[in-house]
Design a protein around this ligand. Structure first.
Ligand code: SF4
Length: 258
């Protein structure tokens, strides 16, 4: 069903995944925040998408946390749920605003806080306390502003970066976005018109034991295979020692399709 070239690309992506996993948050201020506060994590997941980059989204969450702190509002579901929406909107809109659609995001954050208070006793840890990743995925899908891509991404981050243990985690699929689409297409794993469902099916068939390992395509797309340029042999303008200055990890096996 798959050519040897496609299998080689998939194997290379699995290797990228092994080197990439566990490095997502680091020990900077954002990493410390999401590791100690699952509500902060949830807010970042809500912000991660809708035309902003992952860096902007997670920084947006950290900025929002700092502004709440300045107003002496704890970054907890109960405190945010009882804060006037108008106040949250003002904090979200401060420059740099927390998201391109900051007013909507303020509304989503308040609703998320309310849901955690009502359904999880005000404890965001409870939201993520489940036997299966699929259960957490479905719980996340109930939050306004979180679709299947963000829910899938959140589950992967919970397991790979925050150490949550779910029985079926390895069977969760790739959270497909434009980065993953682009790399799958250029690397010959998906046709130019492949749907996101078809890309997930391809990932599940190429790497059935751990389909989401192919989410490393996101890292490749974000770092080397961008929408505006492809740095197959590294970006000559990048600082030495950075990922961008190195060859794309797929360069030896990628057909480099248009
Ligand atoms: S080798 Fe080039 S075309 Fe292929 S994934 Fe890497 S940057 Fe993209």
């Amino acid at each position: 069903m798959f050519t040897q070239a496609q299998k080689d690309v998939a194997a290379a992506l699995v290797e990228v995944y092994k080197g990439w996993v566990g490095k997502g948050f680091g020990n900077g201020p954002i990493g410390k925040l999401v590791k100690s506060n699952r509500f902060a994590f949830l807010v970042a997941v809500i912000l991660d998408g809708g035309g902003v980059s992952a860096d902007q989204a997670w920084q947006g969450m950290a900025n929002f946390a700092a502004r709440l702190k300045r107003k002496k509002i704890p970054f907890t579901p109960s405190a945010v749920a009882t804060t006037h929406l108008a106040t949250l909107k003002v904090l979200a809109a401060e420059k740099p605003c927390i998201h391109k659609y900051h007013a909507n995001m303020a509304r989503f954050i308040k609703k998320a806080a309310r849901r955690i208070v009502d359904d999880y006793g005000g404890d965001a840890d409870e939201l993520f306390d489940a036997f299966t990743a699929r259960e957490v995925f479905f719980r996340l899908m109930e939050f306004e502003g979180i679709g299947d891509k963000r829910a899938n991404m959140a589950v992967r981050l919970l397991v790979d970066e925050l150490g949550e243990k779910y029985r079926d985690a390895q069977h969760m699929n790739v959270p497909v976005d434009v980065q993953v689409e682009r790399v799958f297409q250029r690397a010959g794993l998906a046709g130019a018109n492949a749907s996101r469902t078809e890309i997930q099916q391809t990932a599940a068939r190429l790497n059935p034991d751990a389909p989401w390992a192919l989410d490393s395509a996101w890292h490749v797309g974000y770092t080397w295979c961008t929408a505006s340029a492809r740095y197959c042999d590294g970006d000559p303008a990048a600082d030495e020692g950075t990922d961008q200055s190195e060859f794309c990890p797929l360069s030896a096996v990628c057909p480099r399709l248009p």
